[in-house]
Write a protein that binds this ligand. Structure first.
Ligand SMILES: Nc1ncnc2c1ncn2[C@@H]1O[C@H](COP(=O)(O)OP(=O)(O)OP(=O)(O)O)[C@@H](O)[C@H]1O
Ligand SMILES: [Mg+2]
Length: 166
């Protein structure tokens, strides 16, 4: 892990399992309204990370690739929150995302995870956590996490402390 700036975290994951564990650490910290953007090419590991987020948050069912449905919503025991997981690969722009109820998702009581967030860049709330995943080798990935806004620099600091103890 490298600490470049207070609002950034640069991590290497050495396996899918490690990426899941990192996601789970983050998932435990999420609160309603949190926006998590997962960018990266096909097969980078966005869904692998999202499945970890789901585990940590406590979804009753496993978070999988929502390729054909765009939106997957998950519940957990103990509260009425919903975790929204969107795959925007097939969504071309901000206008199209309206047709899948984007405003309702933002208004809903739960965190939101986005794959291919760059497809709707202008529709994403200005404050968010942006995670760029990059393939280094067959099983190695670089995760560059950036917190934009006060909530997300705080979230990133919490994540850093709980994952790396610093
Ligand atoms: N360190 C790693 N972290 C995450 N995934 C890894 C890692 N090493 C290898 N992989 C593999 O890379 C693939 C990542 O697939 P995944 O479905 O998460 O990609 P994606 O970014 O969601 O792609 P898409 O844009 O098609 O949705 C999986 O097959 C996974 O096993
Ligand atoms: Mg995916």
């Amino acid at each position: 892990m490298a600490i470049i700036r207070d609002d950034q975290l640069d991590i290497i994951s050495h396996s899918p399992e490690q990426t899941v564990r990192l996601g789970a650490r983050l998932g435990k910290l999420l609160v309603p309204g949190d926006i998590i953007c997962l960018s990266g090419e096909m097969g980078a590991g966005k869904t692998v990370f999202a499945s970890g987020v789901g585990q940590g948050w406590g979804t009753l069912n496993t978070v999988t690739s929502p390729t054909f449905t765009v939106v997957h919503q998950h519940r957990r025991k103990g509260d009425s929150q919903r975790l929204h997981h969107l795959d925007l690969y097939r969504i071309q722009n901000e206008t199209e995302v309206d047709s899948i109820g984007w405003e309702d998702i933002l208004d809903d009581n739960g965190p939101v995870i986005l794959e291919w967030p760059e497809h709707i860049r202008d529709a994403i709330p200005t404050q968010h956590l942006w995670i760029a995943i990059r393939v280094i080798e067959v099983t190695r990935r670089n995760l560059l996490m950036e917190g934009v806004g006060k909530r997300y620099t705080h979230l990133l600091n919490q994540f850093r402390e709980q994952t790396f103890g610093v």
